[in-house]
Design a protein around this ligand. Structure first.
Ligand SMILES: [Zn+2]
Length: 163
């Protein structure tokens, strides 16, 4: 039996990253809600991000293999859907890492009422930091992201959609 504290297990789980954005850990994202160690048994609580993102199964198995690799055999991983995950749960550090990775956001994506298409408020180009940006497609490389283009430097970039 491995004796560990909640903090030690949290530290181990910093190895678990989002498969789509490998610079972000599940703690950065706010997906990791809780770690509770009791008499050698570990309970990990996670909340999925976007329901459209297929990453959660992968994240679960990453958590499991990380715990097993560190000698934990008695563990459970609980998925909690309420309260629902929002981009507000992302840490400030996560937002900086995201920008350095070339992804803007999170910013809300809202339909334009009197027109065609979508507008994005407060999307800043991760390359030149201009806010003269517009959306090309509501869906970028994954359903969680929108494809943007910067009017200032002309570069396309992904925007992490706010929830
Ligand atoms: Zn730009």
């Amino acid at each position: 039996m491995t004796v560990a504290t909640n903090d030690q297990v949290r530290l181990l789980l910093d190895e678990v990253v989002d498969p789509e954005i490998p610079v972000l850990t599940i703690a950065d994202l706010g997906v990791l809600r809780d770690v509770a160690v009791s008499e050698g048994s570990v309970l990990v609580t996670i909340t999925p991000t976007y329901s459209g993102c297929p990453a959660m199964d992968l994240i679960r198995s990453e958590i499991a293999s990380t715990l097993e690799a560190n000698g934990f055999s008695d563990y459970s991983i609980e998925t909690v859907f309420s309260p629902a995950w929002t981009t507000d749960w992302m840490t400030e550090e996560a937002k900086v890492k995201l920008r350095d990775y070339g992804i803007a956001g999170p910013a809300p994506v809202e339909p334009v009422v009197s027109g065609i298409g979508y507008q994005v408020s407060a999307a800043v180009c991760p390359l030149c930091r201009s806010d003269e940006t517009r959306m090309v497609s509501e869906f970028g490389s994954t359903a969680c992201k929108a494809l943007m283009v910067c009017s200032s430097c002309g570069e396309p970039f992904d925007l992490f959609k706010a929830l």
